[in-house]
Design a protein. Sequence first.
Length: 574
Amino acid sequence: MARIKQIVGLDLGARNVRAVWMEAPGGVPRAMRVETLALPPEAQDAPDLLRAWLERHGLSRGFAAVALPGGSAVFQPGRIPHSDPRTPQQAAAMDLVQFSEMAGDTMRYDVHAFEVPAEPGHTFYLLAMARPMAIERALQAAAQAGVRPADLVPAPVALYNALEPLAGPHTQPWLYLDVGHQQTDVAVGLPTGLLFARSVPVGGRSFTDAVAQSGGLNPVQAETRKHADAGLLDGQAFQAPLRAAADRWLTQISSCLSVYRTQYGGGTFAIGQIVLTGGGAQLRGLAAHTGLHFRLPAIHAADLPAATAAARAWLGGADLAAGLAATAIEAAAARVSLLPAKLRDEIVFRQKKPFWIAAAVFGALALGVFTVNGVVSLKNERQRIEKERGDLQRRAKLVKLREDYGARCRQVRARGAPLLQLLGVQADGGLVVRDVLTLVANSLHPNDWITLFCDEASYVPPAADAAAAKPPARPALALFRDLRTDVVPAAKAPPAPAPLAALRPVFIVEGYTPDPSLATVKEMLARLRTAAQFRRVDLLADDRVLPPKDLTPEERDALPPYRRFVIQLEVKAP
């Protein structure tokens, strides 16, 4: 059954009608409201009073969890050892076949399965069964009262679900007794599950009859005296007849517990506490007399250790109604429901019908909105695709332009490779030409100048091409190259530069000095030899430069006697 946020537990008793509104925020049941109606004894208009009361509290034609009387249900406990592969439902189905054969009718049932910490590995279950006719009677009684059953829970199960959460931690089973007007519901359980459930056909009416017979009173007067001054304690009115009635009631409870002991023997399942509730349990001295009879501590439900202030609003009177509500919202340990499946589906349908209608309306509106949105989205999507197509075309142009620039860059790198080979590169990637030029410029005398700087391979032509050499065009830096008197360099184009790894870091510096003794040049050589970058510094030639032939004698005499010098610089390998 689908989880319900809030439900009403309705206990339709013979003398009292109790309703508890309960919800379970976070899975913890909490009573929001408690209402009670006391029916007059043997009143002819009791059904009309009940319907008026339900109408006043908004329960008429509403959903509520109702109880199946314990006398109309049959409970069969069972235990499945760890070696048994059957599930609790399968084991209960086998028990159901036997009971159905004995009853001559198909029983409706539900199973409550749980584990007992004292016996790990074993699975315990409680099979709750009822005849279809008994279930129909309970449903008809709720329908005559004007309510719709949201759940049908056996009364002993509802009693356990109401009181066990307030019992606090305990290892021994506790006995819960709900003393009603005509019967007493019996439940024995642990915090993990309900072990045993029965209903005894003796209740508070036996105490009322004892007072009426002993005092010669009518039932109304006897009920009033029972709650006024009668009791089981010494000195209270009607002590003797009430004790006799209590003993007969305890005899029935003892017979019921003897069945429990045959099902669960041993000290592990011995009852450790008795809890009394219901209208009949309000009789003075009944709890003490019960505890004395069973030699066990006995308390009222209002004295439970974990009872909260909110729970005390229904403890001792509306316990059964609270247990019905807690079971219906699935916030209890024992979830047992004998509500027919067809009716359960109808309840769910009626509960969800407004939501389904609203969902259908919103679905139709959503469909219309989605249709309009789809048309608008399709138009926007077409515009977006056109925009993306234009962006792709622009990106394609940018890609082509980038490829063109890349090709040009690769071409520039290819054309600049000979220059890099000419300059020379150290092993660590740094240029050496700048450093050599800087050292030479810093060592040069102010009156001297440099006309040529190149590597040795470019300056000295190959020997095989020396015979066919022709005068080359004058280099831009060789201002006086045409005045040389030595062998003219070969006119053939220089060979392709060697790979960078094969270059020798040897450079040629050619220049002129007005000092015929080359003193300034020698000083420059001395300074260069002190530099750590050079391995060898040599002076290759010191020819005197002749003046040009087309000069007049005066111009020729005015020219100083320049001398050309050639320096070879070998840089140290890195």
